[in-house]
Design a protein around this ligand. Structure first.
Ligand code: ADP
Ligand code: GLC
Length: 477
């Protein structure tokens, strides 16, 4: 049995901006099911959704600052969660990364340095918790200082650093390094220094005992200049301790048979009930209610990574085709504007919701026929897996986790019952449009379509296999 301290900046259902929260909310549960002792640690943001009891457990002093640690649980589980309570930094409106006006926190380096320092105190059993982990599992740049700060201690736990996205690195000017009062010995090119800047991500990669990322394909891609975001050299140098482990899903939360957010539950045997979700989604989206028209869906952060510009480029043609399109997302303001304009011009074809809405995300997964995910890069991606589970056929670009979780519907894969989606290679709108047309043709072949839906719905997306791979890694170090 291993004692694992699992550190992340967002954990569903306490706080979520993207897939990291889904993983941090479900992998610890899966590890607990494998009889491991696990504690999750995250900052006590103002916007945390607290449904369980929260109690004060201790106070820790770091860098001349007193910080409280509160204890709660992941809802419907025995997984203990520790909240790092520093009101000055975290009891403020906004999300983990952006302030109330949508700008990156001016003090974001202070916020996550404090978080890392507390993780280190807990890891070293200096926080009066009487608990010392064997492994600290860090996730993304917000926890990147943990492995380097532990490197200057002795008798430390081992560290695993998981990359969920190379595009976010936590890079700051050299002066920030001194302002943060970080140990001087960490400032060197195989430490936290990245082109004379402080890089939290590089700090994690430089000092962790094992590096993982969230799909085998992305683990290879990030060793190349196209996907490595400047750190491909470090990663290929460390390829022996780098591996890719695909994310699993919270199968209770994303289950069309028991989903309380959708109009009508269904499973692979009662697939015909999916149509009820389609018509109620059309009605809710103020689109004409029409059972036979193919409905395309998209749920995403509206950022460059997700290839939304390719979708926007396709919309001019899509509005002349017999289809509907329903999108839920938020992010880049100019992208939001362009999408809203299309919805205004074509209210009978396009429905755009700008914002974050979990219930609607479930309704879209259940109600649409085809899901668009034309990402430029995608470390793992969760919506293509949610889609498959809901019998919604994803169209994806063949990259990262999308390449690892979708089998393109070609004559051979259709015949041998392995096809679960449609994928395309080139990152341009022509290739996406071709995939959309291919999906429309397949959609009209009802028998084949149903076969693909059932293969997709029956695929195993549970955490068990991946959690076992993490456990093997913890045991190895
Ligand atoms: P990423 O983490 O890069 O955003 P993922 O596919 O891993 O991409 O995970 C995104 C998660 O966030 C999914 O659970 C998705 O349903 C959810 N999500 C994204 N945007 C929204 C939104 N506007 N409203 C509700 N859920 C959203
Ligand atoms: C990141 C990636 C996404 C991945 C998620 C969870 O946000 O962009 O591909 O699924 O992390 O690992």
């Amino acid at each position: 049995m291993k004692k694992i301290l699992f550190a992340a900046s967002e954990v569903h259902p306490l706080i979520k901006t993207g897939g990291l929260a889904d993983v941090a909310g479900s992998l610890p549960r899966a590890l607990m099911e494998l009889s491991q002792e696990i504690r999750v640690i995250l900052p006590n943001y103002q916007s945390i959704n607290k449904t369980e009891e929260v109690r004060f457990i201790c106070s820790v002093r770091v860098n001349n600052q007193d910080v409280n640690i509160l204890e709660t649980q992941l809802p419907d589980s025995d997984v203990i969660v520790w909240l790092v309570d520093c009101p000055e930094l975290f009891d403020v409106p906004g999300n983990p990364y952006l302030d109330e006006s949508g700008n990156p926190w001016h003090n974001i380096a202070d916020r996550f340095t404090l978080f890392c320092r507390i993780i280190v105190e807990v890891a070293m059993n200096r926080a009066h918790l009487n608990w010392q982990p064997d492994v600290v599992h860090c996730n993304d740049w917000q926890t990147g200082l943990v492995p380097s700060l532990l490197s200057i201690e002795s008798n430390t736990p081992s560290t695993v650093f998981t990359i969920h996205n190379m595009a976010y690195q936590g890079v700051f000017p050299e002066s920030t390094f001194y302002d943060l009062n970080l140990p001087r010995e960490l400032w060197h090119p195989s430490g936290v220094e990245f082109h004379q800047m402080l890089s939290f991500l590089k700090s994690g990669l430089s000092y962790a005992d094992r590096i993982t990322t969230v799909s085998p394909t992305y683990a290879l891609e990030i060793q190349t200049p196209e996907f490595g975001c400047g750190l491909e050299g470090v990663l290929s140098h460390k390829h022996e301790i780098l591996s890719g482990i695909i994310n699993g899903l919270d199968l209770e939360q994303w289950n069309p048979e028991t989903d309380t957010s959708i109009s009508e539950p269904y499973n692979a045997d009662t697939l015909s009930s999916k149509i009820i979700n389609k018509t109620s989604l059309q009605a809710r989206s103020s689109l004409p209610v029409n059972k036979s028209v193919p409905v395309f869906g998209l749920i995403s952060r509206l950022v460059d990574q997700k290839g939304i510009d390719l979708v926007i480029d396709c919309l001019d043609e899509m509005v002349n085709m017999s289809l509907q399109f329903i999108l839920l997302g938020s992010g880049d303001k100019s992208v939001e504007q362009k999408l809203m304009n299309f919805a205004r011009l074509y209210p009978k074809k396009i429905s755009i919701t700008i914002g974050y809405d979990e219930a609607l995300a479930h309704q879209i997964e259940a109600g649409v026929d085809i899901f668009l995910m034309p990402s430029r890069f995608e470390p793992c991606g969760l919506n293509q897996m949610y889609s498959q589970r809901y019998g919604t056929i994803p169209i994806v670009r063949e990259t990262g986790g999308l390449a690892d979780t979708i089998k393109d519907a070609l004559p051979k894969s259709i015949n041998n019952n392995t096809a679960t989606g449609i994928s395309f290679k080139a990152s341009n709108s022509g290739a996406l449009l071709e995939a959309i047309k291919r999906a429309m043709l397949l959609y009209n072949d009802k028998k084949t379509w149903k076969k693909i839906q059932i293969t997709a719905m029956e695929k195993d997306f549970s955490w068990k296999n991946s959690a076992e791979q993490y456990l093997a890694l913890y045991q190895e170090i």
